[in-house]
Design a protein around this ligand. Structure first.
Ligand code: NAI
Ligand code: MG
Length: 322
């Protein structure tokens, strides 16, 4: 089992080592290798991500990634976009769980407003929002597959204003009907409010690229912030696991970032490679550590990133010995 580790920039370098320790603890046979991409690399070499880096990532069974800072360069191409596209990681899964709700946001990850088809003219700048039948169908099928073992599916859309969302919404409704999954469509703006007011009404939500990106940050409010939310980027051949949050330059380098989002991303990786029991232990260890009052400052505590990591590993070892 080969896992590529991309710490990336900012707090990625602080939280990913904790997540890696967690993986090492439960699967000592994993062979890790580092891949360096991102802002730091761009500063040093003028390129943020090379073709050889993409090939290295492709050679892994799974990828664990921190976050990448977007450099202030007008010609810059988002590294995350490049990776998601070149590895065809079309499904972005963002689970948000609390006491009385268990929501899975399934975000289309390769097209929509993040199509990357954009240009700047003298008096305007354009980005093409591309929604394809194929792209919509495969994400709809993916979401239905997940929703089948749950209760129902909600299609987040803005079909009342944006024509390309009529296509997306209708294909999702069609696929859900075919799969026998109870499904409703809801406008994304009203959904963003409702998810905060009535989280337990939601189960699986499928939506287009940018709406899914925004909705998951909104939903972070339900669980205590961005430091807690993991994500999985899944394609037919490759899989990448990363926290929902970015590189957080405002707190980087101070050893105060919450590593839980990264650790939970490692948990999703374990699920993906067929280790659901180990994944459950990771989640239990997170809960036990928090219950012991060990928390980073974003959750009102005073633990450092590394201190939280140490306490978490202690809990995890106890669970694994049982
Ligand atoms: P961000 O998610 O990095 O930070 C937003 C706020 O949440 C900040 O106040 C930050 O301190 C806080 N926060 C985030 N993660 C935290 C954690 N683990 N513990 C405690 N507090 C945490 O979003 P922002 O500031 O909009 O973006 C910063 C950089 O990250 C940008 O260059 C952006 O492009 C990049 N980014 C990269 C992503 C990726 O690589 N997948 C995803 C999102 C942003
Ligand atoms: Mg985001």
């Amino acid at each position: 089992m080969k896992v590529a580790v991309v710490e990336g920039d900012g707090i990625g370098r602080e939280v990913i080592p904790v997540a890696r320790d967690v993986l090492e603890c439960v699967r000592p046979d994993i062979e890790f290798f580092e891949v360096t991409v991102g802002y730091g690399k761009w500063e040093q070499t003028g390129t943020a991500c090379e073709e050889s880096d993409i090939n290295d990532l492709k050679s892994a069974d799974a990828i664990l990634l921190g976050a990448i800072t977007t450099p202030p360069d007008p010609d810059y191409r988002s590294v995350m976009l490049q990776i998601r596209k070149k590895l065809d990681l079309y499904a972005n899964l963002r689970p948000v769980k609390g006491e009385d709700f268990d929501i899975l946001i399934v975000r289309e990850n390769t097209e929509g407003l993040y199509s990357g088809i954009e240009w700047t003219e003298a008096d305007r700048a354009c980005t093409l929002r591309v929604i394809t039948r194929r792209g919509s169908r495969r994400i709809a099928r993916f979401a239905c597959e997940r929703a089948r073992t749950r209760s129902h599916l909600t299609v987040g859309n803005k079909a009342n204003v944006i024509k390309s969302d009529v296509l997306f919404r209708d294909i999702c409704l069609e696929e859900a009907a075919r799969a026998g999954v109870p499904c409703t469509a809801q406008y994304i703006d009203s959904l963003a409010l409702d998810i905060l007011q009535f989280p337990s009404r939601y189960d699986c939500i499928v939506t287009t690229n940018i709406f899914g990106d925004i909705l998951s940050d909104v939903a972070a409010f339900l669980v205590g912030g961005l430091g807690l939310l993991p994500s999985a980027n899944i394609g037919r051949r490759h899989a990448l696991f990363e926290p929902v949050h970015g590189s957080a330059p405002d707190i980087a380098g101070r050893n105060i970032a919450n590593p839980i989002a990264a650790v939970r991303s490692a948990g999703l990786l374990l699920d993906h490679i067929g280790e659901p029991e180990a994944a459950a232990h990771v989640e239990e260890a997170v809960r036990n550590t928090l219950a012991a009052g060990i928390k980073t400052p974003d959750l009102g505590g005073s633990a450092t990133t590394s201190a939280f990591g140490k306490a978490l590993l202690r809990e995890l070892r106890i669970l694994r010995r049982r």
